[in-house]
Design a protein around this ligand. Structure first.
Ligand code: BGC
Length: 313
């Protein structure tokens, strides 16, 4: 039995063929180009599905398509209610995909499905409670309580990227100011890197990006910080400060057994993990209590694909 899982990100569509054990057998990817009309993006979702199905012997071999979507998803109706980083509202994804493919389609929030995969076969295996943060275009949240994904009464329950970190802070794509994801997503690193480039075009960031703001990536900023560049280190330290500040509130809200960190920024590995592990226990209010473990998503960036496929398995 196979399912196809697609992680519909603000930057890339990452797809995979997954078997009933949750093993990812092969992958395919293409840019989302989120400025396009949603129908064009969904056409690409269908094309990726067909492409991967061929690896399994055709669409007849596929049980279902599961989609992880970067927004608030009514999982019963298969409706994407609102996705700030795509600019989509009230899209009946299930119905749209059925026009394109002869397959059952299931949809969930991207970070919720990543948390589902991590809970079943990754860093959250066997735990009762976990908070997963995906640090990518936005910040996704997956909350595992009593071994189950908590979505809230109206599917907004895991929108960790939108809790307010700064009153009157940076304007978020959701329309509110000061959201966590404006400060601690990969996008925050990119924007800070671009600002540094414009202020100091001959600095290490400017040189590495050949003066082109479009070449500034989160990975580049992290690598230069790792090498000790002054500007990149300042950006990284500010980033860690905001991420940890958010995590302190999450401890006070949920007191999870474990934080699971995924998304593109998690590729920084120990360079990210070590300061989180050292500093969080010193920042929380109740230092005498036992502390949450902090782990990287063991399924890495594949968690979103595998979790999406699990919706259909
Ligand atoms: C959205 C979430 C999503 C996250 C990661 C946020 O901006 O509101 O629903 O999980 O980005 O894509």
């Amino acid at each position: 039995m196979y399912a196809i899982g697609i992680d519909v990100g603000g930057t890339n569509l990452a797809a995979g063929l997954v078997d009933e054990t949750g093993a990812l057998l092969c992958r395919a990817e293409c840019p989302t180009c989120a400025e396009r009309h949603q129908n064009e993006v969904l056409d690409d979702v269908a094309a990726l599905t067909v492409q991967l199905a061929e690896q399994a012997g055709g669409l007849d071999e596929i049980t279902a398509l599961g989609l992880g979507l970067p927004g608030v998803v009514d999982v019963r109706r298969g409706e994407l209610i609102f996705a700030d980083n795509l600019g989509w509202q009230h899209v009946l994804i299930g119905e749209e995909m059925k026009k394109r493919l002869p397959l059952p389609v299931f949809a969930g929030n991207d970070a919720n499905v990543a948390a589902l995969a991590e809970a079943r076969c990754g860093a959250g295996k066997g735990v009762e409670s976990a908070v997963m943060l995906t640090l990518g275009t936005g910040i996704g949240g997956g909350i595992i309580l009593n071994g189950k994904i908590y979505t809230g009464a109206h599917y907004v329950g895991g929108e960790i990227g939108h809790f307010i970190l700064e009153t009157n802070g940076r304007l978020c794509n959701c329309g509110v100011r000061g959201c966590f994801e404006r400060y601690a997503s990969a996008t925050a690193l990119i924007l800070a890197g671009r600002k540094a480039l414009s202020e100091n075009p001959t600095g290490a960031i400017g040189r590495a990006a050949a003066g082109n703001p479009g070449e500034v990536t989160a990975r580049l900023v992290v690598e230069l910080a790792r090498e000790g560049d002054r500007q990149a280190t300042a950006i990284w330290e500010e980033y860690l400060h905001y991420l940890l500040t958010g995590m302190v509130s999450l401890v006070n809200l949920f007191d999870p057994e474990v934080f699971i960190i995924g998304g593109g920024v998690a590729a920084a590995g120990d360079f990210l993990l070590e300061p989180l592990r050292t500093r969080l226990p010193r920042m929380v209010s109740f230092t005498d209590a036992d502390q949450a473990r902090i782990e990287l998503a063991t399924l890495g960036n594949d968690a979103g694909i595998i979790g999406a496929a699990m919706l259909g398995l």
